[in-house]
Design a protein around this ligand. Structure first.
Ligand code: ZN
Length: 140
């Protein structure tokens, strides 16, 4: 898809690493002053939503039920490459990218570029062997 946005996401993740060490996503969130909250169900209008970022004050919301549904789908599809992945951390990493992405008028990303960057950012920060976009394909 958009190679530029993916490269931007990887570069942003690289900036958080110190001498090649990957930091924990929760500690990055804490350092950046981003609160992580958890709710059982997403808003009724977006039943499949697993997480979202909201600013002012900055916070990441994890929606437990859809994340657990995804965990079940990973098992059902026998995606052994995904089983070791901490889905909470994956979603926190994705949303952290939305927190960090350029928002000035020169750096503002289009919606699909923003998502592309966030997926690449999460894959790089968590050193995932799979593309996080593949997770969507596991769900009906
Ligand atoms: Zn996103």
């Amino acid at each position: 898809m958009d190679e530029g946005a993916a490269a931007l996401g990887r570069r942003m993740a690289g900036r958080l690493m110190v001498r090649g060490e990957r930091p924990s996503v929760r500690s990055v969130a804490e350092q950046l002053g981003v609160e992580i909250v958890e709710q059982a169900a997403p808003p009724p209008a977006q039943p499949g939503l697993r997480s979202e970022y909201r600013g002012d004050p900055p916070r990441i919301i994890l929606y437990r039920d859809p994340i657990d549904l995804l965990a079940g789908a990973i098992h059902a599809n026998q995606r052994f490459d995904m089983l070791g992945c901490n889905l909470d951390e994956l979603h926190i990493a994705h949303e952290l990218c939305h927190h960090l992405e350029p928002r000035d008028r020169y750096g503002k990303l289009r919606q699909e570029e923003s998502e592309e960057a966030a997926h690449a950012f999460a894959q790089e920060l968590l050193n995932l062997s799979f593309d996080p976009r593949e997770l969507h394909e596991l769900l009906p």
